[in-house]
Design a protein. Structure first.
Length: 454
């Protein structure tokens, strides 16, 4: 047995002592849907060294679990990959005693990188940034709708407001308490939790961390929230838009970029002090339509990105502007300069978080390396302007159809190169399948079909 196996053997002893019977190894597919395998705890040493056998078809699963053999290199049901758990992230689940959880990386059967795996892509992106002297911090805000568990899957919000009210949360008090308690036990650092704007909507924020861990934790947070909901007879929708009648669920990604131990985004209400920080924002803005295609890629995302809903529908940036798809969050005397970051609001749960963060960091850092200068920020909501006013300010709508999203992504070699031909081909194949399926249905029916899938 190698070092990894020996380490896993020690973990088995500890896990058994805690009553753990199995380990669930999870990854995210191209629709942001978590998939998994569970193994008996005794097999962990073997599994940690050689992985779990998994079919290659998950690379081309669409949102309906249809398999899209049209993707280049993934034309057949034949093939196997190995799903290797990350022991550093192994977490006994507070809300599911008896099970532990770990994020997994898919590798080829000979152990080499698998060109369709997203987690190793992000790890590679972070390593290449480190080689160039950069580190990034990422923190997610996660919005979700807490609902009654109805037999037919119809949506009945578990509370009716008032928005942001402690009285609203009283109706789901036990659930909220369990989420906070289980999240802490699972090593998640929740910054805050509140009743959001929409009926039944709750938001929690996760503390900033390195990008791979942030993506892992976004998956672990879903598992934690769903387990607490199940215990309280509730159902949770992470879908970008659970129904046309409800508020959208944004999973806003806050990032800061650091060099020589300094936050390049540091600054106050005039934006980043360092031109490199402004250039990071300029890089994100330049590639925003393509970024939206990766970070808010589903039919539900497109329905969510409506003007006036704080989700970001037009391409611009603002300082603390909640309607801006790129919101600069300033530092201050109270919070310190290092609090500063930029929030990508278009992002949601239907994105694969590893792909999404690869695209985001690639776009932002390209801006820094090219010394881009952003246009002026806007404090208003351009959705309230006339078409002429927007045109004069150089503000265009973000892609509003799947075809526009695909064109934006395919037209951005910076991001397509970053994803790689294999991942891009699989990603586009499932997007096309989803949109062909949705084209024959009413939007509300599509939203209903995908409501509980994330
Ligand atoms: N629910 C909004 C969204 O779809 C975000 C609201 C907020 O700014 O918190 O992203
Ligand atoms: Mg919010």
């Amino acid at each position: 047995m190698g070092d990894t196996g020996e380490r896993a053997a020690e973990l088995v002893e500890r896990l058994r002592g805690e009553g753990v019977a199995g380990v669930t190894v999870a990854w995210a597919d191209n629709n942001g849907i978590p998939r998994s395998r569970t193994v008996p705890v005794a097999t962990l040493p073997q599994v940690a060294e050689t992985g779990i056998g998994v079919s290659t078809v998950f690379a081309v699963f669409d949102t309906n679990d249809g398999i899209q053999y049209g993707a280049p290199g993934r034309e057949t049901p034949s093939g196997d990959v190995r799903l290797v758990p990350d022991l550093d992230r192994l977490t006994p689940l507070a809300g599911q005693p008896g099970l532990a959880w770990a994020p997994g990386t898919q590798v080829a059967v000979d152990g080499s990188p698998w060109p369709w795996d997203q987690r190793s892509l992000l790890a590679g992106t972070v390593a290449s940034l480190a080689d160039r002297g950069y580190t990034a911090l990422v923190g997610y805000e996660m919005e979700f709708a807490v609902c009654a568990a109805t037999p037919d899957g119809s949506i009945v919000p578990a509370y009716r407001g008032p928005a942001y009210s402690p009285h609203a949360l009283l109706e789901i008090d036990g659930f909220v308490t369990d989420v906070l308690r289980d999240a802490e036990a699972n090593g998640l650092r929740i910054g805050q939790l509140h009743a959001e704007y929409g009926p039944g909507q709750v938001e929690l924020s996760l503390g900033a961390s390195d990008p791979v861990r942030a993506a892992d934790e976004q998956l672990l947070a879903r598992q934690t929230v769903l387990a607490a909901a199940a215990r309280h007879g509730l159902r949770v929708s992470f879908a970008p838009l659970p129904s046309l009648a409800l508020a959208g669920n944004g999973w806003h990604a806050h990032t800061s970029l650091w060099r020589d131990g300094r936050n390049l985004l540091a600054g106050g209400l005039d934006g980043p002090d360092d031109p490199a920080g402004a250039a990071y924002i300029a890089g994100l803005l330049r590639d925003l339509p393509a970024l939206a295609a990766v970070t808010a890629p589903s039919i539900g995302s497109l329905a969510r990105l409506r003007p006036g809903f704080f989700a970001g529908a037009y391409g611009f940036w603002g300082v603390e502007n909640r309607e801006a798809p790129l919101r600069y969050v300033a530092g201050s005397a109270l919070l310190g300069a290092d609090h500063a970051n930029v929030e990508l609001k278009v992002s949601d749960a239907s994105a694969n978080p590893y792909l999404a963060l690869t695209a985001l960091l690639t776009a932002g850092v390209a801006g820094v390396e090219e010394g881009l200068e952003p246009p002026a920020p806007h404090a208003e909501d351009p959705g309230t302007w006339t078409q002429e006013q927007r045109a004069a300010a150089g503000i265009a709508p973000l892609p509003s159809t799947a075809a526009e999203q695909e064109a934006a992504l395919v037209g951005c070699p910076r991001l397509t190169d970053a994803l790689g031909a294999e991942r891009l081909g699989a990603f586009l194949a499932v997007r096309r399948a989803d949109s062909a399926w949705a084209a024959e249905r009413e939007t509300e029916d599509v939203l209903a079909a995908w409501r509980w899938r994330y």
